[in-house]
Design a protein around this ligand. Sequence first.
Ligand code: HEC
Length: 118
Amino acid sequence: MKYQHFIYVFVLVIASSLVYSCKKEKVPVEVVDPNCIDTVRFATQIEPMIVANCIGCHDIGNSTGYTFTNHTNISTNATAILSAINGSPQLMPLGGPALNDSLIQQFSCWLDQGKLNN
Ligand code: HEC
């Protein structure tokens, strides 16, 4: 192999390893709700909303099968709660009226942000 050919091969190896490392560093695009600007707080926003609107029927020992008394059981049921406050399978709070849109949005953001215990 000529000395020049050796250089070509060398450059090719460097170039392809650069391309490969760039590919590896690509960060996946996160889908973030554009309405979730601020971090929702569990202690001052989510828990008080549940206490005011849901705990009457979903306290410890209730007969609905769903208890929402702390971060663990609220976050475990968060997807079902979001559906229910949007009316599916039935609107919660049962008998209505529905929560206002900003409270529903806030709960949705809290879920999106990872159901923080903050
Ligand atoms: C007046 C009583 C009452 C209130 C207030 C109430 N719930 Fe319920 N909830 C029920 C009953 C009863 C069931 C069980 C319904 C069934 O099994 O058909 C239920 C079931 C649910 C379920 C399970 C899904 C379903 O529809 O079966 C979720 C989730 C839920 N409630 C969330 C909430 C949330 C969140 C709130 C507050 C925003 C709330 N509930 C307020 C009575 C209530």
